[in-house]
Design a protein around this ligand. Structure first.
Ligand SMILES: NC(=O)c1ccc[n+]([C@@H]2O[C@H](COP(=O)([O-])OP(=O)(O)OC[C@H]3O[C@@H](n4cnc5c(N)ncnc54)[C@H](OP(=O)(O)O)[C@@H]3O)[C@@H](O)[C@H]2O)c1
Length: 391
């Protein structure tokens, strides 16, 4: 049986194969951007920031750049030059693009000066140590993009930012997927520490997002829902109406920029929705993105779901074992410090528009929709089996 290894497995895979995103359709981009550009004239802050993004060309990065530019800030990115910006591509002619490698070549960072560093490519605590040490006298604040995974295993409800973190991987774990979960959790926790060691507590911002969803997501963890809800008909809903958490990538990006503007130093869980939500609530809101007839089949037997290889369907994660409290992370501190949440209907609609846009090739879409074990292909027979069992 497949493990619930949703967060970490993707990261390692993503680093290897997921860096070449297709171009996002101009229609969606220009629509979002125009509204941001209009806002920019009104909202342009007096304090224009020089922002250095370590990363910046994949999922969170482009949204960050679009919003920051709309508010009058200037952007430098630092990447290997492999992952091309696939949304807001036109905007990158306004971005200073430095090339290097966090593994072994930070030369391009040696001569700059910035107000804020946003570290979006922290996939190794040594990388954070090296970049934060180099940049500590070249920038005022270091914002490290961490993850709620630092709390893994999620053994209780309502975990907040003061929870004690695990800084070493447990010994003796054989299971590769589980090892990866712990590796990611411990790597992110140690990276936070390295950032704070170099910049000091009063110059560090740590953001811990839960599953980010939205346009340009390369993980294919969430796209099932926009695709499936758009088609209507009989739709499988896994779980016992369990709690779910997720956040629109744009809500994270925009909040990061506002935190940087206001220098709201601290550690925050970037978790939505605003108040607790169950899977059925999620469906109720998400379905409104499409004007089609749907019926929903709740499959509330965890063993049946495991046997049918549905241990998760983000945002639903089977809340058992190490995942017990993973969808009940506390978000109060973030809300008190300005995190806002857009409508789920818009997230689903925008993500779908991106998915069907010309900017994605059929090959890219088929990689998810038609792969042999695609949940989209298996769903009908799972529902049939479930109905037989319940007769
Ligand atoms: N996706 C989620 O649901 C989620 C949830 C919680 C936390 N996070 C965290 O969110 C952060 C943002 O991820 P993102 O992909 O959306 O960020 P992004 O800023 O859009 O892109 C990541 C960047 O890392 C660069 N990069 C990779 N390896 C590098 C290296 N060796 N040296 C220099 N640059 C390198 C890539 O460019 P090149 O390939 O050109 O180098 C790319 O620009 C990550 O730290 C992730 O752990 C994500």
């Amino acid at each position: 049986m497949k493990k619930i290894n949703t967060r970490r497995k993707f990261i390692k895979k993503g680093l290897i194969v997921g860096l070449g995103l297709p171009i996002l359709g101009n229609s969606l981009v220009s629509c979002v951007l125009n509204s941001e550009q209009n806002k920019s004239e009104e909202e342009s802050t007096q304090n224009k920031l020089r922002i250095l993004i370590l990363g910046g060309t994949s999922f969170l990065g482009p949204h960050l750049i679009a919003y920051a530019i709309s508010r009058g800030h200037s952007i430098t990115t630092f990447t290997r030059g492999k992952t091309k910006p696939t949304i807001y591509a036109d905007l990158y002619n306004k971005v200073e693009q430095l090339i290097g490698d966090r593994k072994n070549d930070l030369t391009a960072l040696e001569n700059g000066k910035w107000d804020i560093v946003i570290d979006n490519s922290g996939y190794n605590s040594e990388w954070t140590k090296k970049s934060a040490s180099l940049l500590k006298d070249k920038a005022s604040v270091y914002l490290y993009t961490s993850s709620v995974s630092v709390y893994y295993p999620f053994l209780k409800y309502d975990i907040d930012e003061d929870a004690k973190l695990q800084l070493e991987e447990p010994k003796g774990i054989e299971d590769e997927d589980l090892k990866m979960e712990y590796w990611y959790s411990v790597m992110k926790a140690n990276s936070e520490i390295e950032a704070i060691k170099a910049f000091g507590q009063n110059r560090s911002i740590i953001i811990r997002p839960t599953y980010m969803i939205g346009p340009a997501d390369k993980s294919d963890r969430f796209i099932y829902w926009p695709v499936r809800l758009s088609r209507g008909g009989e739709i499988m809903v896994p779980g016992k109406n369990d709690a779910v958490q997720y956040i629109d990538v744009r809500d994270v990006a925009e909040w990061m920029v506002r935190l940087s503007e206001e220098k709201l130093i601290g550690t925050y869980n970037a978790v939505g929705p605003q108040s607790s939500q169950t899977m059925n609530d999620f469906i109720d809101h998400a379905k409104d993105a499409f004007d089609v007839e749907s019926t929903f089949v709740n499959i509330d037997d965890y063993e049946f779901l495991k046997e049918n290889r549905v241990p998760y369907l983000v945002p639903w994660i089977m809340p058992v074992g190490n995942e017990y409290g993973g969808a009940r992370i506390n978000n109060q501190k973030a809300i008190e410090n300005g995190l806002t949440f857009r409508n789920l209907k818009d997230t689903v609609k925008d993500t779908y528009q991106w998915w069907i846009s010309d900017s994605l090739t059929d090959e890219r879409r088929n990689k998810f929709e038609l792969k042999p074990d695609s949940i989209l292909l298996r769903e009908k027979s799972i529902i049939e089996n479930w109905k037989k069992l319940k007769k």
